[in-house]
Design a protein around this ligand. Structure first.
Ligand code: RP5
Length: 166
């Protein structure tokens, strides 16, 4: 059954503080649904042991989903997924070169057995919303809020359609 949400249940992590300009949208989405989350910088290359410690401890500390963003040789989401049983959502962060294709391919092409749910390049908002949906699968109240959000999304499209036709 559903456990009550108390401390942070989503770990929102990134390879560098420079990723925050993109990852902030995931934080905004989680905040919209009042989902408690924590934020941190864990580099797969610059602080590998600290990253592994975080991944290994995450479930025991009460986290239920990890959203991990990284750019370039973006190994953070995959490495975290290798060291935790929690669902990991990867956000390819676009850098100055290659239009984020390097980040996307680094995250999406995982070996069988180690899944990362990869969103679009720069798709941090959808990563946050996907984390909410994962939590909502076991939380009727959160699920109801997601249904309302989806209805409002549809209404906003209908309003734009009506405005165009007017
Ligand atoms: C990656 O290297 C980070 O996720 C970031 O996207 C990229 C560049 O990091 P900085 O040089 O800006 O710290 O590991």
């Amino acid at each position: 059954m559903t456990e009550p949400i108390a401390g942070p249940v989503v770990g929102l992590i990134m390879g560098s503080d420079s990723d925050w300009r993109v990852m902030e949208a995931a934080a905004d989405a989680l905040a919209e649904f009042d989902v408690p989350f924590e934020v941190g910088v864990y580099s797969a290359h610059r602080t590998p042991q600290r990253m592994l410690d975080y991944a290994r401890d995450a479930a025991g500390r009460g986290l239920r989903v990890i959203v991990a963003g990284a750019g370039g040789a973006a190994h953070l989401p995959g490495m975290v997924a290798s060291a935790t049983p929690l669902p990991v959502i990867g956000v390819p962060v676009p850098l100055a070169y290659l239009d984020g294709m390097d980040s996307l391919l680094s995250i999406v092409q995982m070996p069988a057995g180690v899944p990362v749910a990869t969103v679009s390049v720069g798709g941090a908002r959808n990563a946050g919303l996907l984390a909410v949906r994962i939590l909502a699968a076991g939380d009727a109240t959160l699920r109801e809020r997601m249904v309302t959000f989806q209805a409002e999304l549809a209404d906003s499209v209908l309003a734009k359609d009506a405005a165009l036709r007017a």
